[in-house]
Design a protein around this ligand. Structure first.
Ligand code: NAP
Length: 257
């Protein structure tokens, strides 16, 4: 496609959204940042019509903080509906949505909601592509905080190939501005970091840098029907994935500087 002049970013202030905005600006695109703090709500549709005027492409990296399956499903399906509806009226030509690697077998929680998100986003009418990403480096801190009780952090037993949000943002912008016919490609393209590790290993690196919590324990949640997927490497990238550094340890060094 021609170099798009205007790209709207839903979730522009988030962990990955702020990098998407930065990458787009560095590459010379005009950016329309969308988030509730910017007066645009993708769940209610408030402010969308005005924001999408003159927009060629939408990159959707919005999210709810809720891990609850129903709450997250309602968020993502409403967002997809409103972005397509308002986007079509505004003449948006393509949409790119970020999702999560390895969720095909998910039946519970946030990951199952992302499957519903993918389906709603691909239903159109605007031609849409999904980019699936591994867990972000930036997300480890939140997972540790969620599981911390006193001096101990209990983190889910999980194999992951953590990736920097900046690398995900670069790939999203590549997909959004690619000079190709923009048909859906299966399997969905994936982006992950350079090496597999456990979430607990990453959490221990973080805790060592911060000096807190003093102990990180792996917790296997018997009540989670997706447990086997998490623990057996089901969230690791496939052979066709783009792998991009830095690895988590190097990223921690860089962000500490
Ligand atoms: N975190 C990970 O490790 C990871 C891994 C793979 C894929 N992903 C996917 O990447 C996407 C972004 O994740 P993230 O961790 O960057 O999210 P995040 O940091 O929680 O950011 C969420 C963004 O969405 C905006 N937002 C929330 N509710 C909104 C609403 N009703 N209307 C408009 N904007 C709204 C927030 O801004 P306001 O609060 O100002 O509205 C914020 O800009 C999600 O789709 C997630 O599934 C995440």
């Amino acid at each position: 496609m021609q170099k798009p002049t205007t790209i709207a970013v839903a979730g522009a202030t988030g962990r990955v959204g702020r990098h998407v905005v930065q990458v787009l600006q560095e590459r010379g695109h005009r950016v329309v940042p969308m988030s509730r703090s910017a007066g645009v709500d993708v769940v209610t549709g408030d402010g969308l019509r005005e924001a999408l005027e003159g927009v060629d492409v939408v990159i959707d990296v919005s999210s709810t903080p809720s891990p609850d399956q129903q709450t997250a499903t309602e968020f993502f399906t409403a967002a997809a509906h409103h972005l397509h509806e308002a986007g079509q009226k505004a003449g948006v030509r393509r949409m790119v949505v970020v999702s999560i690697i390895g969720i095909d077998g998910s039946v519970a929680g946030y990951n199952a909601a992302k499957l519903a998100h993918e389906r709603a986003a691909l239903a159109g009418p605007i031609p849409t592509r999904i980019l699936r990403a591994a867990q972000f480096h930036e997300f480890v801190e939140e997972l540790v905080a969620w599981g911390t009780q006193g001096d101990v952090a209990y983190v889910p037993k999980m194999q992951t190939q953590l990736v920097a949000a900046r690398a995900v943002a670069e790939k999203l912008v590549d997909v959004a501005t690619a000079r190709d016919p923009f048909v859906v490609t299966l399997p969905h393209p994936e982006i992950a970091g350079p090496r597999a590790e456990t979430l607990a290993e990453a959490a221990r690196l973080l805790a060592a840098r911060r000096g807190f919590p003093s102990l990180v324990e792996e917790a296997s949640d018997a009540a989670n029907p997706d447990r086997e997927l998490f623990e057996s490497g089901g969230l690791l990238p496939g052979p066709h994935a783009t792998l991009a550094g830095p690895a988590y340890a190097e990223w921690l060094d860089q962000t500490a500087r």
